[in-house]
Design a binder for this molecule. Structure first.
Ligand code: SF4
Ligand code: SF4
Ligand code: FES
Length: 522
């Protein structure tokens, strides 16, 4: 293993590791624009120049492999002079429109100027080469050619990752610019990733731009809930409002990327369709209620329903593992039938990269908990039609949207009592006697198990709105009406109980799941 010394610190690395990667391992930041660990090396921006002992010229750290005995300085006077010169060069034709640029606050030009340059421009604004500004180049992406530093990250992304080739660099010298290839628009299913990797404000999000300054936003690690891939994300919020999702690196799931559908799904988690109140049917309308009496009512109805199969519960594959486990335990305590259900639209898109045809985040969790028996839902409907089922509990399940809607509507009319626990209003909820508002996956602790059996953490980015509560806490409280001494004060505690009972989850806990997830036992 070659050993390198960088700024006085020594490190042994595997063959093939570059200077920039070795420095990163030592916690030394070498400024860079064109290098991105998920793309090929372009070596065009020169921002990563470093001084290497015995080499007459400065070398780019992103494309120089470590050799044994190499001594590198990232802060020598020659390196600092190069960093200043490269920044001055990159800024020669830059419009410096930071006050009206949506990248401000997360722009590498701004940051490196402050860290490595801090010199006045020798080029007057009036002398700069002007290019096109605010050009929509796809449904999600806005291009500002003046701000582009020609790092070619975006063009490499569409060439190497999506292989859709919508973007290219045209012209020469001062007139060099990024633009759409003839006849193309940037509308591939992963187009939003170019916004994240553009180091400056040349590619911004048409969805997010001018909605919030990034320094006001707080981010929380979570997992996308829009398909079975479970891409790792950061949820950005301010004062309880979610503004954007961005991909979070996970080498085993999504590397650095996410799809546009998942990215835009942040908007569906909030808004007018959210259930905010406990709603109890009073004739044709609903009256607003409180949690404790509502759970007393559910427990009483479960007792009253009586008889084997009189209570049926259905949970969808959009339900976190913790809630599935509590429903399972509740079913055992009350003698209820519990069916899991996982469905996706017939036209659900999938590919061989990230997108899965299964648009549920936790089908694999349903399977691991033994709730994915396809006949279960049929048994419940037959039980309603036969008059056996007297109470139906629907958990995160808009049953009318599943399968045979006419049959489901008839069943919902026929069953004497329907309790709906959900995040959003739906046609199904219109049939309910009691509606209990619960948190979305961005508002609660929990876990989803992705298509490959990787259990991944959800964390609350925001508080649930109105009277909504995390589903696990509602179910734990309801379970307490049937079991003596239930002590499940946290989602983590519920997961611990789940892991001790369900073989596939054995050995897992929130600590081992960590930021990148852990795989189920076989
Ligand atoms: S648009 Fe952004 S990512 Fe693309 S070349 Fe210019 S600076 Fe780089
Ligand atoms: S591929 Fe699936 S999990 Fe990943 S971002 Fe898209 S919808 Fe979300
Ligand atoms: S990061 Fe090395 S040349 Fe651009």
């Amino acid at each position: 293993m070659p050993t390198v010394e960088i700024d006085g610190q020594k490190l042994a690395v595997e063959d093939g590791v570059t200077v920039i990667q070795a420095a990163e391992r030592l916690g030394i930041e070498i400024p860079h624009y064109c290098w991105h660990p998920g793309l090929s090396i372009a070596g065009n921006c020169r921002m990563c120049l470093v001084e290497i002992e015995k080499q007459p010229k400065l070398q780019i750290a992103c494309n120089t492999r470590v050799a044994d005995g190499m001594v590198v300085s990232t802060r020598s006077e020659r390196t600092k002079a190069a960093q200043r010169s490269v920044l001055e060069f990159l800024l020669v034709n830059h419009p410096i429109d930071c006050p009206v640029c949506d990248q401000a606050g997360e722009c590498k030009l701004q940051e490196y100027y402050m860290d490595y340059d801090r010199q006045p421009s020798r080029v007057a604004l009036a002398d700069k080469v002007r290019k096109r500004k605010a050009v929509p180049i796809g449904p999600l992406v806005m291009l500002d050619q003046e701000r582009c530093i020609l790092c070619a990250r975006c063009t490499r992304f569409v060439d190497e990752v999506t292989k859709t080739h919508e973007l290219a660099i045209f012209e020469r010298g001062n007139h060099c610019e990024v633009a759409l290839a003839p006849g193309k628009t940037l509308d591939n299913p992963y187009s939003g990733n170019v916004i994240d990797i553009c180091p400056v404000g040349a590619l911004t999000s048409r969805d997010f731009r001018f909605r919030a300054r990034v320094w006001y936003l707080r981010e929380t690690e979570s997992v996308c809930g829009e398909c079975a891939n479970g891409c790792n994300i950061e949820v950005f919020q301010r004062e309880g409002q979610i503004y954007r999702f961005q991909p979070r690196y996970n080498p085993d799931v999504n590397q650095y990327w996410m799809c546009d559908a998942g990215r835009l799904s942040c908007h569906g988690l909030q808004g007018e369709a959210r259930l905010l109140e406990i709603l109890t049917r009073a004739g044709e309308a609903f009256a607003v209620g409180e949690w404790s009496p509502a759970l007393d009512t559910v427990a009483a109805r479960m007792h009253e329903a009586g008889g084997a199969g009189a209570v049926a519960m259905i949970a969808s594959a959009r339900t976190p593992n913790e809630e599935l486990y509590l429903l399972r335990r509740l079913a055992v305590r009350t003698g209820a039938t519990l069916a899991g259900i996982s469905w996706s639209p017939a036209d659900a898109t999938a590919d061989d990269f990230l997108l899965k045809a299964d648009k549920n985040p936790n089908t694999r969790g349903l399977v691991a908990l033994g709730l994915a028996d396809g006949a279960g839902i049929e048994r419940v409907l037959a039980g309603i039609e036969g008059g056996t089922v007297r109470l139906l509990v629907l958990h995160r399940t808009d049953l009318v949207g599943w399968g045979d809607a006419a049959r489901v509507r008839r069943a919902l009319e026929r069953v004497p009592a329907v309790v709906v626990l959900d995040t959003h209003g739906s046609e199904t909820a219109e049939y309910a006697n009691l509606v209990l508002p619960i948190a979305t996956y961005a508002e609660c602790d929990g876990t989803f198990t992705n298509h490959a059996g990787r259990v991944q953490r959800l964390r609350p980015a925001i508080e649930p709105p109105g009277k909504a509560r995390p589903g696990w806490s509602v179910l734990a409280e309801l379970l307490g009406r049937f079991e003596e001494g239930v002590a499940l004060p946290s989602a983590e505690g519920v997961f611990a109980a789940l892991a001790s009972e369900v073989a596939a989850f054995r050995g897992l806990d929130y600590a081992t799941i960590g930021s990148h997830g852990a795989v189920l036992a076989d």
